[in-house]
Design a protein around this ligand. Structure first.
Ligand code: GAR
Length: 207
């Protein structure tokens, strides 16, 4: 994928701090050639949706509560296509995707997860790592496949777990790393300078 004029579609459910970090990075030239084409939420009162509106970005709301997964996802996919989205960015999107959705954007959906995968999938990953007694924690940006928190890893950032930490402070410090990691991973994918070998993402230089 070349990095000129690439459109991102951001999916979120909550606070939206990762989305805002990506938006700032794009503004500051940290993700060359990228623009946010649309921000989609599945929860009406998601603060991230409000923040996107305040930034003047195009937004859409497809409430997922009470809807069949495949039907809801079909609406989201249609919206992403309508806006010509090249890369789908899950930024705290707390809903499992249907296989049809994943297959509609092969190797074109990215997720961030607040653990060093494959450890601690699912909810409250930071607390899980803390409770387990890990000495190192961090975050992972990965391609999305049909399984939860499972696809090819693009990059990870690590931090030490401090004796003075609790689950909350650990989550806060991981979040700082998330905000750096996600824009970097998006820039790497948009550069096209990579290959996927089995489960491995490897960097290659385009000549
Ligand atoms: C982030 O910590 C993100 O890694 C996590 O939700 C939070 C969203 O925060 N995502 C997951 O746990 C996905 N499995 P944000 O709305 O402020 O970006």
């Amino acid at each position: 994928m070349s990095s000129t004029g690439k459109k991102l579609g951001v999916l979120l459910s909550g606070r939206g701090s990762n989305f805002l970090a990506i938006a700032s990075s794009i503004r500051d030239g940290g993700v060359p050639g990228a623009e946010i084409a649309v921000v989609i939420a599945n929860v009406p009162d998601a603060p991230g949706l409000q923040a996107a509106r305040e930034l003047g970005l195009t937004t859409a709301l497809f409430e997922s509560k009470g809807r069949k997964r495949a039907e809801h996802d079909a609406d989201v996919a249609a919206c992403l296509r309508e806006h010509g989205v090249d890369l789908v960015i899950l930024a705290g999107y707390m809903r499992l995707l249907s296989p049809e959705f994943v297959q509609a954007f092969p190797d074109r959906i990215l997720n961030i997860h607040p653990s060093l995968l494959p450890a601690f999938t699912g909810l409250d990953a930071q607390q899980q790592a803390f409770d387990y007694g890990c000495k190192v924690a961090g975050c992972t940006v990965h391609f999305v496949d049909e399984h939860l928190d499972h696809g090819t890893i693009i990059l990870q950032r690590t931090i030490p777990v401090l004796d003075a930490d609790d689950g909350h402070s650990l989550a806060e410090r991981i979040l700082v790393e998330e905000h750096i990691a996600y824009s970097e991973a998006i820039a790497r994918v948009l550069s096209g300078e990579y290959a996927i070998e089995g489960r491995r993402y490897v960097r290659v230089r385009l000549s």
